[in-house]
Design a protein around this ligand. Structure first.
Ligand code: PHE
Length: 341
């Protein structure tokens, strides 16, 4: 008895070698090895009806054919997939003019962005940038700045004291202003000095114009004959550049233990070019001539050196610039607010 399957398998090798797509190969593979109708599957099954001698002879050749077809299929499959990749490179080279999917571009938050421009504007007037830690000690936050021991500003109602081991008369705290950076800088540098010190400060305050964490930038200029007039000129020039040439200022006397005389500064801006919006006066800074005791505390001779210091509230200035009614908006992370700037 002869198996019908073997003759119809003739030429199968050629069919595999000349297949031009992977789909075609899949079809051939199905023709050969399909579970029910596969030519080789059927031929193998039919072996069971053959005589023992035939079974040995046919079995051998069928097995060899099966082996050969399997190898040929795998080889051709590899060839086809390689050439598919190759022709993809020909027909689809990278198109650099293609529009990319649109991504939202991020940007700096209003506050660090403003601080960068502060550094840039004061930088052009010869001021460097100094920084200090947010955890300070009482000495630099108060004593060396000439605060008497019983001064109300030390009250734990206003200041966050930090629970770190320290002598009882020099506890750690979250700095309540950037003025301790003046001390740090004067302790480590000799005059003439010209710096600004931006950073975060902390006070137990929370309402529409106060936040328990906010930003200030301090300014310090010490030289032989630096005057209050120089201070006003520096402050007004810089702020007009940062906010608007039409920003208006009001200097009032004010008291800070580390300056003498001391001043408080209000600002308002009613908009540019006749846009008359309701610019309300808002306190934005304290300033004054550095107190001789503070210079002495830092090893600087007040008979030879004098100068001014100022401290601005960043959020307050931005509220005026952008007409932001509530300071808490800066920190709520609401994208509808943040994306406007
Ligand atoms: N440190 C003061 C404050 O936070 C501001 C200030 C700075 C006043 C420098 C005078 C000189 O209120």
């Amino acid at each position: 008895m002869t198996s019908p399957a073997v003759p119809s398998l003739s030429g199968i090798q050629e069919r595999i070698r000349s297949a031009s797509t992977v789909l075609e190969l899949d079809a051939i593979e199905q023709d050969l090895f399909g579970r029910k109708q596969g030519l080789l599957t059927v031929a193998m099954k039919e072996l069971s009806q053959a005589t023992p001698e035939e079974r040995i002879a046919k079995g051998k050749s069928l097995n060899a054919l099966k082996q050969e077809c399997t190898t040929l299929l795998a080889d051709r499959r590899r060839e086809l997939s390689l050439s598919a990749l190759g022709s993809l490179a020909q027909t689809d080279p990278l198109d650099v003019t293609l529009d990319l999917p649109k991504h939202d571009r991020g940007h700096l938050h209003l506050i660090p962005e403003f601080i960068r421009s502060v550094e840039e504007v004061f930088g052009r007037m010869g001021f460097g940038v100094a920084e200090g830690p947010e955890i300070e000690d009482e000495a630099r936050q108060f004593d060396l700045l000439n605060f008497p021991r019983e001064h109300a500003a030390r009250d734990a109602q206003d200041i966050f004291y930090v629970d770190i081991d320290a002598p009882p008369d020099n506890r750690f705290l979250l700095r309540g202003h950037t003025s301790p950076v003046q001390i740090r800088y004067m302790q480590t540098h000799k005059p003439p000095l010209r710096i600004i010190c931006p950073g975060k400060v902390y006070r137990k305050d929370a309402d529409a114009t106060h936040s328990p964490m906010f930003h200030q930038f301090e300014g310090l200029m010490i030289d032989r004959d630096t005057s209050l007039a120089n201070m006003k000129a520096v402050m007004i020039t810089a702020i007009r550049e940062l906010i608007s040439p039409n920003a208006e200022f009001r200097f009032r006397t004010g008291f800070f233990p580390f300056v003498e005389p001391g001043l408080e500064v209000d600002m308002r801006w009613q908009g540019d070019e006749g846009a008359s919006r309701e610019g309300k006066w808002m306190e934005i800074a304290g300033c004054g001539m550095v107190h001789p005791s503070v210079l002495k505390n830092c090893g600087i001779d007040p008979k030879k050196w004098q100068g001014f210091a100022f401290g601005f509230g960043v959020e307050r200035m931005l509220m005026i610039k952008h007409q932001i009614p509530d300071l808490r908006s800066f920190f709520e992370g609401d994208l509808r607010f943040l994306r406007q700037f």
